[in-house]
Every structure is written in structure tokens, then in C-alpha cells.
Design a protein around this ligand. Sequence first.
Ligand SMILES: NC(=O)c1ccc[n+]([C@@H]2O[C@H](COP(=O)([O-])OP(=O)(O)OC[C@H]3O[C@@H](n4cnc5c(N)ncnc54)[C@H](OP(=O)(O)O)[C@@H]3O)[C@@H](O)[C@H]2O)c1
Length: 320
Amino acid sequence: MPRIVRPSAFGGPDVLTVHQVDIPTPGPGEVVVNVRAAGVNPLDWKLYSGAFHDVDDEEKDAAGLAEALPRLGMDCAGVVTSIGSDVEGVEVGDEVIVYPVTAAYADYVTVDASSLIPKPTRLGWEEAGALMLAGLTAAHAIHAAGVEPGDTVLIHGGAGGVGLMAVQLAVDLGASVIATAAPRNHRLIRELGATPVAYGDGLANRVRDAAPDGVDAAIDAVGSDEALDVSLELVADPARIASITGSDRRLGTGIKLLGYGPGQDAGIEYRNSVREHLAELAGAGNVRVIVAKTFPLTEAAQAHEFGQSGGGTGKIVLLP
Ligand SMILES: NC(=O)c1ccc[n+]([C@@H]2O[C@H](COP(=O)([O-])OP(=O)(O)OC[C@H]3O[C@@H](n4cnc5c(N)ncnc54)[C@H](OP(=O)(O)O)[C@@H]3O)[C@@H](O)[C@H]2O)c1
């Protein structure tokens, strides 16, 4: 019988529970996809942790976060198994990436047909299932920071799921990229065409050494005070700093805040408009989805524990 993973309460990963459900039936304009791989994102565990309880209702509604207990799984890829009425250009058996989606920790997911992006044949299931949320967030951050060919851009958290995509997209764009990462990830950052620097005390000077002509733009994929302070110190125009993590200190600084919290721009239209391009880049091998570890769907709780421990480099993927 098909399974879905849901939180049974707010809390830590131990609240994740596997339920048996029927195979869904698509309504008008919808399709059902048999999920082959579902990407895990930090937002998933933040959702059932209760971290969003103090976000006001209007913002929670816009983000789909207003439910008592959230659905999990905002990234996946799979095979179309049934098609509702009023859907054109989709066939049973199509291999697709699905985004946006809100309940992908499952064997089957029902989505609006507009959520389907053709899966490039050269892209594996694990990579396809973990591409969109991190990749589109990275693309949005690069766009918001106005990164152009020839720019020097500082990316904080370059070895995270979003950071690895931002590094590659900025390099692909023709920017010169400096990325902060733990020393164990420096070799990977170099392989991707960027200059790694360790985060921590003295970061601003290390970045100055790596970019003697200055830094034009910065992307904060970490959320630390250090990432904010060093970006403001090194980038002349705060509007060319984009942060994907909110914090009270970031409000009112003039930097671009991306996401669903107070003062943030979710960029839904922009992100949706670059989905196909991102899939093409990944299919052509111009950006790599680096997978840290895969887990069976039934081990979603272990996957979240692994993610929260910060043990791996790259995306965590659930395989139903
Ligand atoms: N606004 C949005 O739309 C949006 C979308 C996606 C994600 N997010 C948020 O963005 C953040 C990153 O997401 P993610 O998926 O990339 O997470 P992730 O895959 O867990 O990566 C986080 C990375 O941060 C690095 N890191 C940890 N402490 C650091 C520090 N003090 N300084 C610099 N780097 C540090 C780690 O790299 P090392 O191993 O090198 O230490 C780690 O790989 C999360 O808070 C997530 O919720 C927001």
C-alpha cells in the first residue's frame, strides 16, 4: 500500500510517522506522480519544529505554513501515473521533476499539472529529486544580488545545499566566486571553480586577500551574524547582498531578504520562470547536484537527524 510520511505532532524527527494511504486520484488540472526521489531541505524540519509559530498569519498563509501540522516534501521527481481532466501535453509514463510541491515524502503525490518540468534523461533520479528548491533559491539569490559576468561575488555557506548551487550558477554566469566553507569542503569548492575561504574570526581579511579588487555582491546562505557583518563591510551597496535566512538584525539593513518571513520576498514568479533553465543546466552537467546521502522513505526521521547534525556535504534524498 502507498505510504506518506507526516509529523504526528510538533517536535523533533521522532514525530515523523509513516502512514498507509490509498493511491490518490487526480482532480481537474491535476496529475498523480509516483515519487522516485524526494529532496530533504532544512525547511522540512523547521516546519514541524514549531519555528514558524510566531510568524504572523498572513505570511504563514502565503507560504502554506498555516496548517496545524505541515505537509512535508517540497522537492521531488518521479513518473506520471494518472492524469485528471483539462490537462494537456502530459502522458502517463512521463519522467518529471515536480516543483512546487508540498507533500512529496510519499510514494505518490498529486500536483497541479503546472508543477511538472520534464526530467532531463541524463539526470539521475536522486539529483532530479533534490534539484529545484535549493537550485531555485540559489538562482533567486543571484538574481536579487544582481550578479553579472565579471563580478566578484562572496557566497557564505558555499558547501550547503543552496550554497553549492549558488557557487555553480555564479561560476556558470561568468562571475568570480569566493565561497566560505569548512576546510573539509575546500577541495570541492575549488573543483566547482570557486575560491574557498574558511569562515570564522578574520573572515573579512581572508576575503580581501582572495579578492584584492573588491567584492561586488554577496549571498548569505547561512544566516550567521558573521555572514551579515562581513557582507556589509565588503560590499559597497547593501542592495547587492541577498540573504536567504531571516533575522531581526537583517531587517532594515537595506539588504535583499528572500523567503517568507517579515520583509522577505518569496520570488515565486521568478523562481517558477527559471525552473526549465535550471533543469537544462543540470541535464547538461553544467551544474551538479551533489548528494550527501540517501535514505529509504521510511527512514525520514534518520534523514532529518543526519541533516541536523551537519554531517554531510550536499543534498539528502529520500528514496520511496
Ligand atoms: N529563503 C529561502 O527561500 C530558503 C530556501 C532554502 C533554504 N533556506 C535556508 O537557508 C539555509 C541553508 O539551507 P541549505 O539547504 O543550504 O542548508 P544545508 O544544506 O544544511 O547547508 C548549510 C551549510 O552551512 C554551512 N555552515 C554551517 N555553519 C556555518 C557558519 N558558521 N558559517 C558558514 N557556513 C556555515 C555548512 O557548511 P560546512 O559543512 O562547510 O560548514 C552547511 O553545509 C537554511 O537555514 C535554510 O532553511 C532558505
